[in-house]
Design a protein around this ligand. Structure first.
Ligand code: SF4
Ligand code: FES
Length: 140
């Protein structure tokens, strides 16, 4: 699958990056801060439309890691405790200082949050791409 370009949106000391290759369209960002995240706009992320702390909290809540941020106060830190949880009929959300490796130990990706495919239908493995919906995947 061709890789899509990473987008960057800046406002003062804050920059929000969006990697469309990782988004699972959970829409949490749109629901939490609709003034900042609005896909009807060409510049769909406007970090200046809410207090910095709220934008950062919403970015950190993005389960796939599609949204990340950079702020002059310091880099985004991973959750202190690593975690993994399954989503009913969907992916596995992992959080923490995550390093994804292939069977030879090569690094696939590193980050603080990922949504991993467990249905086997993603065209972007090991990441979920929402194909579980069309595939009718069912699991607790
Ligand atoms: S995965 Fe992240 S960027 Fe994509 S819709 Fe959900 S919260 Fe927004
Ligand atoms: S779990 Fe989402 S595509 Fe497989």
């Amino acid at each position: 699958m061709p890789r899509k370009r990473i987008q960057r949106y800046e406002a003062g000391d804050l920059a929000v990056n969006f990697d469309p290759n990782l988004c699972v369209h959970a829409a949490r960002c749109l629901q939490t801060l609709p003034g900042v995240f609005d896909v009807r706009r060409r510049d769909w992320v406007r970090p200046a439309e809410a207090p910095v702390a709220e934008v950062i909290a919403t970015v950190r809540d993005c389960p796939s890691g599609a949204l990340t941020y950079e702020h002059s106060s310091g880099p985004e830190l991973p959750d202190p405790e690593p975690s993994a949880r399954t989503v009913r009929d969907g992916p596995i959300y992992v959080r923490g200082a995550v390093s994804l490796r292939d069977v030879e130990g090569g690094v696939i990706a590193e980050g603080t949050r990922f949504a991993l495919c467990r249905c086997g239908h993603s065209a972007n493995k090991p990441f979920c791409d929402n194909s579980h919906r069309a595939a009718g995947f069912r699991a607790d």
